[in-house]
Design a protein around this ligand. Sequence first.
Ligand code: SIN
Length: 511
Amino acid sequence: MALIRRLQLNTGTVKQFSGILQQREVHLPSFVYDKAYVDGKWVAATSGMTFKVLNPYDGKSLGVVPNMGEEDCKAAIEAAHAAFQEWQNTTAKERSMLLRNWYNLLVKNENELAKIITLEAGKPVKESVGEVQYGHSFVEWFSEEARRINGEVLCSPVKSKEMILIKQPIGVTGLITPWNFPMAMITRKAGAALAAGCTCVVKPAEDTPLTALALAALAEEAGFPKGVFNIVTCDRDNAPAIGKMLCESPLVAGISFTGSTEVGKLLYKQCSQGVKRIGLELGGNAPFIVFNTADVDKAVVGAMASKFRNCGQACVSANRFLIQEEVFDKFVAKLTEKMQQELVLGSGITSTSTLGPLINITQTMKVNKIVEDAVQKGAKVLLGGKQAVNVGERFYEPTLLTNVNDSMTCYKEEIFGPVAVCIKFKSEEEAVSIANDTKRGLAGYFYSNDITQIFRVAKKLSVGMVGINEGMISSAEAAFGGVKESGIGREGSHHGIDEYVYIKYLCFGNL
Ligand code: SIN
């Protein structure tokens, strides 16, 4: 059935895409959907409204998807609620096998999925393949974890009683996901939710709904029953109402959101009404510290990976480079050289480019404003410092700033762009104090070869994740999440399941 649908849709989408694809000499991903997925059906919005999905490379339309409203979201929640009545009773082995089927299909369609990600999110196709692999690793991981959601038998203090704890799925989950990792942020949430026995209503970001719909097509092909996995697409204007409905509907048991701290706080408030379970993975302001004892070459490699992955548009991206005074000049010189050698702006579809555009004009303008603010307050521009309009409107030059201080926005806020800012410090104490001087606490990184310093600093950083002599820390096996205003809860790892189950205590008396 899924295959037939795919072929039918292809006819339409080939027409829609042909101009762009001929221009770039790329082949159309074999499944690009123009309908949302609710209750096992491919549906339009009840209003008939649609919105355009734009290619951030050139701002051209890639096609349209349904602009759904509250009525459509209600239908998806009801479908997920009806499906939950059966799905919660499936065995862990059955859920594990369906997740494994889905994983196998995601692996088989790796290149197609990567092309969709590149077209709608702009990242170089090599990076998109990396995201697909990262994304399906969560499905594989949770297919395995599904079979280990065990309870506990307690040591009863009373002879006539036995006590056990069991874990049960919380119910329907609303998964609200961002555009920067359009596949991985869905699979990280849905993989855990489905493994636990929950059903899902996914609201993907307005900028990147096509990847979400492709995931639904493969979930359908994998054999998930109708209503278990639903996708509601909508534009920026409709998003607040859809988010509110997911948070406030009595049929939804929990929300998981990845995105800005500002929206996260709003959803948190909305969830309080029904005392809903909520997982929040919000913004970061990651310090990346290089101590005098560090291997500077390794630190530069880590800095490049952490800062320029997805053009700096990652919550765990290094936001402030704190460099100890003895190695400051050396680090800055080497980073400058590497940025000049390795960063090539261009279309993600061509194999030569290593840095794509920012997701949209708003984001590009935001980055530009942050750099202008820094320059105005005395920052020195060593590289870049402006939009790369010669490549495209949404491109920003890889930028390196020094003379940065705490009055600047780039010190205080998440940049979410290809801008590296370097700050000099004297002592370990000073570095830790600057690192923690933020309301955010997602990731932090440091390079040091002093084992005593490594343990001290790792413990002192107020963050949820620490990269020690390492710039790339994300993995399905690890617990992803932050402290302070960076969020609540953990995703990935075996802890990721905890967000989607509750513990029930059973007490057997009169034995
Ligand atoms: C994010 O930026 O939100 C997620 C990044 C990751 O999972 O590595």
